[in-house]
Design a protein around this ligand. Structure first.
Ligand SMILES: *Cc1c(COP(=O)(O)O)cnc(C)c1O
Length: 484
């Protein structure tokens, strides 16, 4: 008896065609196209069929479900056509947050990317009409920065600073791979055991080394490596000395590590290139933001590294890219390697990098969002935190203001302390983890962290123009209970 009723109910479901022909969704079909609309309709009808077979819809509720079909189709269509990549508010206080896309780009950078997104002179010389190289658009700016800097602070190792050349690949992992493969394929590369690191997202020096065709020759111990260790390891198969920035961890206590200058002298005496993977690679002296112990790209080269590699989207504050700067003859060999073609960056990256580098050439550090965030003082942040707190008036949420620390992130300056003022939030009925999840589910999503059963929001990484939206979201959540 029951199954009969059930199959009768099934027969009352409309066909996909009937739904698509209905007046209620006609405009939806014409706007989003019949294919997407049909897919959405199939999904909605499929769900209804499941509900019917599970007995969750009976005769009485079927009418309601049928009447709701157009609306359900519209919702389904919206969901399936919406972007998966979304802009979020970063309230973590981690400036270079790899999971949130690392360095945020300036709107001037976006404007240049937009301009270049169509056709551009990427690889054509507009004067001669002949084929050009995509590198030149940024190489000229790197060259200018390095020349200016060399004039200000002469090299520690050479009398005559070497002619430098810079190339760009997809990311720093690719830059290290290209450097190793070009200079050391089939030979040995000497690396300190204290630098055999794994960088977030599975970049491991021994694995990259293996892929490059070079053979890793480890020297020293985890905590102590001396120049003599490198010296003793050099043999007829040695092709390169490699230094790797430890990035996201520190070795403290009984430690020893040669400075780059000492290694550079050894490398020079034995006619071997010294390559340094700087990781973050800043183009400014970070001491101007009170950040100690993070060598700049200039420091690495001045200390005598023949080649340095660094990321475009870490301290440089630009797009994802791997940048190789060094002795022109060595970098030219990397450029001629067929791997370079496989690892090359696209026009949008070149446009973003060119625009970011122009800010450096103009000494406009305010124009690089990551640097601007680093430069914010605790007072700057305190004022915004107080304004924001005053906008949240619902009693459902309690806000405390408290001192804390922001983080540079991206493996840079792991011990740097950036004092900040935090909003510490508790909710009347939601736990801190529930509140955190609600913040992520907001529009725009807000990413924050929990400490001591409170949600902490750090405005250092929130753009000032997002403060009001953040206040609105908090006011909205203040009115939500744990049961809703
Ligand atoms: C971040 C980092 C890398 C990887 O750089 P990507 O641009 O993410 O590929 C490599 N080496 C060091 C030392 C790093 O800090």
């Amino acid at each position: 008896m029951k199954s009969q009723t059930n199959s009768e109910l099934f027969r009352r479901l409309p066909s996909v065609d009937e739904v698509l022909r209905s007046r209620e969704i006609a405009s939806l079909v014409s706007m989003e196209g019949p294919t997407a609309a049909a897919d959405a309709t199939r999904a909605v009808l499929g769900r209804l069929r499941e509900e019917l077979s599970a007995g969750r819809i009976d005769e009485a509720s079927l009418e309601l479900a049928l009447a709701g079909i157009p609306q359900a189709v519209e919702q389904q269509l919206r969901k399936s056509l919406s972007y998966s990549l979304r802009s979020v508010i970063n309230a973590t206080g981690v400036i270079l947050h790899t999971n949130l896309g690392r360095a945020p780009l300036a709107s001037s950078v976006l404007a240049h990317m937009k301009e270049i997104a169509g056709y551009s002179n990427l690889e054509i010389d507009l004067t001669s009409g002949e084929r050009g190289k995509r590198d030149i658009h940024v190489e000229r700016l790197f060259r200018k920065l390095f020349e200016e800097h060399a004039g200000e602070t002469p090299s520690q190792v050479q009398e005559q600073p070497p002619v430098l050349f810079t190339i760009v690949v997809n990311n720093n992992a690719a830059a290290v791979l290209l450097a190793l493969n070009t200079l050391a394929d089939g030979g040995e590369v000497i690396v300190s055991r204290g630098e055999l690191v794994e960088i977030g997202g599975s970049f491991r020096i021994p694995e990259v080394m293996a892929k490059s065709g070079a053979v890793l020759h480890e020297v020293g111990t985890t905590n102590r490596t001396r120049v003599a260790d490198y010296e003793q390891a050099i043999n007829e198969r040695t092709r390169m000395l490699l230094r790797v920035h430890r990035s996201n961890f520190q070795i403290t206590g009984f430690t020893e590590q040669p400075v780059t200058g000492e290694l550079a002298r050894l490398a020079r005496a034995r006619h071997l290139p010294l390559v340094e993977d700087l990781g973050s690679g800043s183009l400014v002296d970070l001491r101007m933001f009170g950040i100690e112990g993070e060598p700049s790209v200039f420091d690495g080269l001045r200390a005598g590294a023949d080649v340095v590699t660094y990321s475009g989207d870490k301290l440089l504050g630009g797009p994802q890219a791997g940048i190789i700067t060094g002795r022109a003859d060595l970098v030219a060999r990397m450029r001629a390697n067929s791997l370079f073609r496989a690892l090359r960056a696209d026009k949008l990256i070149y446009a973003a990098l060119e625009s970011t580098l122009l800010a450096y050439v103009k000494r406009d550090y305010e124009g690089v969002p990551a640097l601007r965030m680093m430069a914010l003082s605790k007072d700057d942040i305190r004022r915004r935190v107080e304004d924001l707190a005053s906008l949240v008036q619902s009693p459902g949420i309690a806000i405390d203001l408290t001192d804390g620390e922001s983080v540079v992130g991206g493996g840079a300056a792991p011990t740097a302390i950036l004092p900040t003022r935090l909003l510490a939030i508790t909710h009347e009925t939601l736990s801190a983890d529930e509140l955190l999840a609600r913040l992520r589910a907001s529009n725009p999503p807000v990413v924050a962290r929990v400490e001591d059963a409170r949600v902490l929001l750090d405005l250092r990484t929130v753009f000032p123009e997002q403060d009001a939206a953040l206040a609105n979201i908090l006011n909205f959540l203040a009115q939500q209970g744990s049961l809703s």
